[in-house]
Design a protein around this ligand. Structure first.
Ligand code: PFF
Length: 477
């Protein structure tokens, strides 16, 4: 068996983990949540959670990976055999997420191509996007073959990177994609901020208001809980936690790097992009809402509706410049989705290599075929298989998304906190963070968080997700 792959340095690791964290979650969910839950107030709650709860969970996963030198499937059983099930679930999660994430990646590729054609040739392939963006999107996702074809293209591109390995594939592709992503994000947000009339939208986004703690002007404890749990769920999703990735990437990390410092930097990058995404999106959607007479909260949608229906309408509002903004925006989204999909795919490949002692190439091809097979359900789930409603959910994609994000991920996070906090002991992680003479300044906070606060918050998150799914008590985040 070959020696384990490693990153070429601290920056390469931080960039890879940040590249994984920065994904669709930053772009299509954070701005929406901020707009719904009190602007600056939501941002403040989010920031506190990132540096406490997010920090604790990320340090734990990276340290487990580096200490065991294993991907998730075998990492936990190496520490204590009977807790190996966490590793099994932690591998199942990326294996179920990456297929549908690549289907969405395929949608993004389709839009990138459409905007590239419009920007470079002047052809109006999207038709009158302002009026019919919903129809354009609907026609694409229900087409018999196109969503499948674009998803396969996206998976093949990710496989091409993974097969080249940690240094030659993942690291090098990040060095190209991440700077472009940052430049596009800064460029678009600067354009938006400087646009006449953007001030009201910026205020709407950044000025704290009490929407997050009140209903009809009266303080509501329920609303406060929703804000905290909404921010916790977003933070958890956005930092790529409980999906095996940070364990895998940690297992390639050098002992001489400080886990604590790296985690702070990863959080900084991820949060910066989320904040910039808000600046790119909220002011223009705000202007669009005012212009069309739509209530702002209604116009401010999330997910596919925001990205593929609302934003094309907004871009169309800006004429020729809008086509170029659309092109830059979808290039940014393509890179954000690709770097996250690569990290999910790598967690699966690395687990297979460690478990079956397979070569990277064989594992990449085997996993790629499995991902393609699973992706076909989500890709065809709005068209040919649109009549199938798994467990009463709207589509296969919704089913995979719900099962992983709302059920499996909180379960894995709770089990990890209980295992590390109460069985292996926080010292197991602290020792790894202090390996090679490194300091771990936040170790007291870490011990408290991993034993008490992190599991309690994660249990509350799981409960709220279940209530939301079963429509109990008006829970809707
Ligand atoms: N953290 C990434 C994002 O915010 O998009 C990656 C990711 C998170 C992928 C959650 C998939 C997922 F379910």
């Amino acid at each position: 068996m070959d020696k384990r792959a490693s990153w070429s340095g601290t920056l390469a690791f931080v960039l890879a983990a940040a590249a994984s964290a920065i994904g669709l979650g930053n772009l299509w969910r954070f701005p929406y949540l901020a707009a719904q839950y009190g602007g600056g107030m939501f941002i403040a709650v989010y920031l506190v959670l990132v540096v406490t709860l997010g920090f604790t969970l990320m340090v734990t996963e990276i340290a487990v990976g580096r200490k065991t030198q294993q991907a998730p499937l075998t990492a936990y059983s190496l520490i204590q055999k009977k807790w190996g099930f966490i590793g099994f679930l932690g591998t199942l999660i990326p294996l179920l997420i990456v297929p549908y994430y690549c289907v969405v990646g395929g949608w993004v590729l389709y839009y990138l191509k459409a905007y590239a054609v419009m920007a470079f040739t002047g052809a109006n392939v999207m038709g009158e996007a302002a009026a019919n963006s919903g129809d354009v999107f609907g026609a694409f996702i229900t087409a018999p073959f196109a969503p499948f074809g674009y998803a396969m293209l996206f998976i093949l591109a990710c496989a091409g990177v993974i097969i080249l390995g940690v240094k030659n594939g993942i690291e090098k592709s990040n060095l190209v994609m991440m700077p472009i992503l940052f430049l596009m994000a800064i460029g678009i947000s600067a354009y938006v901020v400087c646009m006449p009339g953007s001030v009201d939208g910026i205020k709407y986004y950044l000025v704290p208001n009490l929407d997050c703690v009140s209903v009809d002007g009266k303080f509501s404890i329920m609303m406060l809980a929703k804000t905290i749990l909404g921010a916790a769920g977003q933070m958890f999703y956005s930092l790529s936690l409980a999906m095996g990735i940070m364990i895998t990437y940690g297992s390639y990390m050098k002992k001489t790097d400080s886990i604590e410092k790296c985690v702070r930097r990863i959080e900084l990058f991820d949060t910066l992009i989320a904040l910039i995404a808000g600046l790119m999106i909220i002011p223009v959607v705000y202007m669009f809402a005012i212009k069309t007479g739509t209530p702002v909260k209604e116009a401010m949608s999330q997910g596919a509706g925001l990205m593929f229906i609302t934003l094309p309408k907004v871009f169309a509002m800006f004429g020729a410049a809008g086509t170029w903004i659309g092109f830059a925006f979808f290039l940014l989204v393509t890179f954000a989705a690709a770097t996250s999909a690569i990290s999910l795919y790598e967690a699966c490949v690395s687990s297979l290599c460690d478990f079956l002692k397979l070569e990277r190439k064989t594992a990449t091809i085997f996993m790629g075929s499995t991902i393609m097979f699973l992706a076909s359900f989500s890709a065809l789930g709005y068209g040919a298989w649109g009549h199938i409603k798994p467990f009463g959910l709207d589509s296969f994609l919704d089913f995979f998304d719900f099962f992983t994000n709302s059920v499996l991920m909180p379960v894995v996070a709770i089990a990890t906190c209980i295992f590390i906090g109460w069985f292996a002991g926080p010292k197991y992680i602290i020792d790894e963070c202090e390996a090679d003479g490194q300091t771990f300044k936040a170790k007291a906070v870490y011990s408290f968080m991993i034993k008490y606060l992190a599991p309690a918050l994660m249990i509350a998150l799981l409960a709220s997700e279940i209530c939301r799914a079963l429509e109990i008590g008006g829970w809707k985040i």
